[in-house]
Write a protein that binds this ligand. Sequence first.
Ligand code: C2E
Ligand code: CA
Ligand code: CA
Length: 642
Amino acid sequence: MSKTLQAHENIEKDDKGASVFSQIRRYRLMQICAITALGLFASLTVARNITFVIFSVGLTCLVLALGLAYKHKVQASAYTLLTSMSVMLFSLALTGAALFDLAVLGYPGLLIFAAILGGVGLFISMLLFVIAQCVLLSWLTLQGFITPHIPSLSWSHLIFILVIFVVTGFSVYILVRDIKKLTVSLKKTNAKIQQSRAEVEHLAHHDTLTNLPNRFYGEILFEKSLQAAQSNKQQLALLFIDLDNFKPVNDALGHAAGDKLLQQLTQRLSETLESNHHLIRFGGDEFLVLAPFTINTSQLDGLAEALISQCASVFEILHNQVVVSASLGIATAPNDGQDFKQLCRKADIAMYRAKQDGRNTYHFYDESLDKATDDKFQMLQRLRPAISAQQFELYYQPMIDLRSGNISTVEALLRWPQSDGSMIGPDQFIPIAESGGLINELGTWVLQEACKYCALQRQNGLSGLRVAVNLSVMQFKSGHLQDIVAKALTDSSLPPEALELELTESLLIDDTDQIQLQLLKLSELGISIAIDDFGTGYSNLGYLRDFNAAKLKIDRSFIRCLSQDNQDEPLVKAIINMAHSLGLQTVAEGVEDKSTLDKLIEMGCDIGQGYYWSKPLPGSEISDFLNSKMVDPTCLKSSPLD
Ligand code: C2E
Ligand code: CA
Ligand code: CA
């Protein structure tokens, strides 16, 4: 709400309050006029001579005051009432027993009227006026200007006294009742204010979806928990929980489902914790747990495992069974620091490491992680100018048809040559380029270069050569990948069937609709798609058909094991059979020796790639290798990476 609007509302509220108050004042004024008039009327019946005249004038003034009040002229009415009554009392005393006259008893009543009807100013004026009248009466008497005559007691005096008592008593009664009412309403308002203050405080400190303490309050809880832990000679662990695949749930089932998942998760996590633990919603799908512990961090293993397993169990959300997992990072105070933000950062770094370790696991913070983060930052700083200056190089590694021994495709693999002659491999800088938002530029350059290289080789006689390019999931985010690919093909005049794009499995489970649409457009261009590193991700076969993949590249971790033991053999065989049944060709990555090759041939694998034939080589060297066409099994050339 804008400030002006609020000010306006406040003024309106004030106006309302003021008008209620003046209403009450008017009402009280009319009540006082009426009861006093009634009293005077009663007194009039027993009054004689001058007293009768004074009462009559007083009564007339009262009727006038009543009329004024009725016509909402509250101030005029109040002044008429007070002035006429004090003049009336003064006249009665002046013509009667002066300071000893019964009329003087009416003065306290007048003061009460003044207190009810006006502010402090009116009350003080009235008080001074009454005092002045009493002083005047005394002076006139003492100077002999008037002679008080004390009448002998009659019933009319009693009536007069009773009238004064009733009128004064009534005024006191309404005054006290108003005060009581005011006190009660003040108490109620106060209670309401207290309650809304508590609500506002709760809102400021808690997250509305899960009702958990928020990050801001988390810091206060952290300070308190740390103090308590230190006075109990304990340490305090800060566990940072991040859901691994919350986004796909949100995207596929909608935000309402995402919210439900977070609420159910909160419930489960809370049940896992002890009374001296705190669960905090750090933001989005991130939670913090504060847990004091006594001896060493191994005590926290159980807690971390319990929290992870709570996240990984099945959730029933809007009639869907949803499975997520969580990665968890742990930092401890005072070992890793005592500052909340610092510890959060450290626990976050450790959590990130847990994600790299394959997710659904936890990791403790240690300084080497910080160093790694530092190194990454340094590398990111160097990556930007290197991309602009196109300081990268593409190496190529052949894929061999295991039946014919022919090379039909080469995989383009990125290298970053350094001024000292060394080479940085893609595993080191691609994740940094991805997280630093540089992968699109880099990926576009790779596509352009690879297409150019392949087109040139085709012109130089290797007419059937194809090139495979690795894609990062980030390259799909912009939604224009097909345009970039199409441009690379036109610029190089490479036919689309000579280009293959390698996508990892994990890419396929993220943002499925968006990516599926782009893959469809890419297939429409005529290029083919290979699934890279198969077996390391979710290995969900359902989507392979949806993505028009032509090849399945079995991850080299499975192939490496083939030469050592037979454990993975049935698995590799199953993958090959399954791929064939889906009409996909299989590529075995990382073939390093003859025995592995023999096993793969026996299993019916279609294509092989690995050091057994060649390491990735610079374009110029690989073209010699390709031109020989004949694949010599003993031909193991060295790569600058090794
Ligand atoms: P990848 O797509 O699985 O590429 C194959 C990796 O296995 C290459 O590592 C290659 O050098 C290595 N390799 C091939 N044969 C053998 C073998 O017989 N034994 C062993 N031990 N290793 C072998 P490299 O070049 O370091 O690339 C690593 C990863 O970096 C690639 O894995 C790919 O995921 C990524 N990458 C490389 N270039 C690019 C690129 O241009 N864009 C993107 N987005 N990622 C790239
Ligand atoms: Ca690849
Ligand atoms: Ca691979």
